[in-house]
Design a protein around this ligand. Structure first.
Ligand code: HEC
Length: 191
């Protein structure tokens, strides 16, 4: 009898090779931040650094870390020149963390806004004149009914600021300022 593998076995093998290969460290048993650990002196998995130790690594530039200049006021322009990668990152972070309330276009059109009668999440297009550092501060500290998004890394918070600027520009740009290939497409669409 020939021992040919059945179609089902081949399919099963193919499915296996298509599986994402998980790093075993992602799956292994381990403590996660904020979990309880009865062996630790304070019962928390996250151990406190021993007294007198200092964080390792260069300290962050205070403007980058806070969005505030040496005069304590929000900086007008962010301390990075945003590139395409930063904007793409900002878009992912914005869509995940801000769009539910402020809308994917940042125009305040969202299900949450529709269901809030008092102090709805505003359109972010009203804040075109505000300094970049101010928006960074709002993300970091929260504002009124809006919670803080301090859990986003500093880089991600600036990336969101850059993306908010891109959204604002996208809704207030004149046709004359868009790149020629985009203008051609817009003109074709308009026909
Ligand atoms: C849970 C809903 C919610 C989410 C999510 C949210 N916001 Fe807000 N945001 C609000 C509300 C509500 C206000 C108005 C708060 C008030 O007036 O009390 C606001 C206000 C603001 C303002 C205006 C502050 C001012 O000076 O008036 C900015 C800028 C802003 N949000 C940016 C963001 C960004 C960027 C994100 C994502 C990191 C975000 N928000 C996520 C609800 C939200």
């Amino acid at each position: 009898m020939s021992r040919r593998p059945s179609a089902a076995a081949i399919l099963a093998l193919l499915a296996l090779t298509g599986c994402p290969r998980l790093d075993p460290m992602q799956r292994q048993l381990k403590y996660k931040a904020y979990q309880e650990n009865r062996l630790a002196p304070d019962g928390l998995a996250m151990l406190q650094p021993p007294a007198g130790t200092v964080p390792y690594g260069p300290p962050l530039d205070p403007v980058v870390a806070t969005g505030l200049g040496p005069d304590g006021k929000p900086v007008a322009v962010m301390p990075f020149a945003p590139d395409a990668r930063m904007l793409a990152r900002g878009r992912v972070r914005f869509d995940t963390n801000c769009a539910a309330c402020h809308g994917v276009l940042g125009d305040g059109e969202s299900q949450v806004a529709l269901n809030m009668s008092l102090r709805r999440p505003p359109s972010l297009h009203l804040y075109r004149e505000l300094p970049d550092g101010y928006i960074f501060q709002i993300i970091t500290m929260g504002f009124g009914l809006m919670p803080s998004y301090r859990h986003l890394t500093v880089d991600d918070r600036w990336a969101v600021v850059a993306y908010v600027r891109a959204l604002q520009l996208s809704q207030h740009v004149t046709v004359g300022r868009v790149p020629p290939e985009v203008r051609r497409r817009l003109e074709q669409e308009g026909r």
